[in-house]
Design a protein around this ligand. Sequence first.
Ligand code: 13P
Length: 250
Amino acid sequence: MRKKIIAGNWKMNKLPNEAIEFIEEITPLVKDTKNEVILCVPYTDLFYSLLTAQNTNIKIGAQNMHFEEKGAYTGEVSPQMLKSIGVEYVIIGHSERRQYFNETDDTVNKKIKAALEIKLKPIVCVGETLEQRESGKAEEIITNQIEKAVKDIPEKEIQNIIIAYEPIWAIGTGKTATNEDANNAIKAIRNKICQIYGQNVSESIIIQYGGSVKSTNCKELFTMSDIDGGLVGGASLDPHEFAKIVNYDK
Ligand code: 13P
């Protein structure tokens, strides 16, 4: 049985003191869950968050990284830099990075490989626009993104990635995919993984749903056959709301 992984993506929100307060507040609320809890925080909050989350069941992730180890890349952060302070996860290919910061399928693939190489676990995002959905191309778009994202990544490493299906039209809009639509899209991703890596991998790989997940809709989404938890934006900014999502099965 696949476990459920609930990750918060704070995006560009929270100063270090707010991150510390959040983690102190949520720690007792989620300490008994059997679900995995991850907070993907801004770079400037990483160190404070890691220290505050020590000896808790909360894991800390970053929201992006460069694929090179070091060099003349002003303003960038390398996988080794993240790893050196104890970061375990990193979001790669979020639609906001694809849309505003020139992230491409090729850089996504390079970043996944660089992360896996030093045992950082990538949370790889794919998803279609509203226009693509309305023209009936959603499945083709997301399976194509997956194919390019995992290009040349060996089977023994692919188990260490988490995939997040995030339809772009559902991000921050209050519109969620219906449970069936989200589940079907995730099934299509699983089938693509099966074609590339075989059934064992496709049945064990974690695939989350993201896009306007809240405490009021998470249970129906997370109990669908193929949805293994969520990547939560806005609703992860409040510790009580996010704790309710983590504890959806209580
Ligand atoms: P919202 O939950 O705010 O729609 O954001 C989803 C998201 O982009 C998570 O990565």
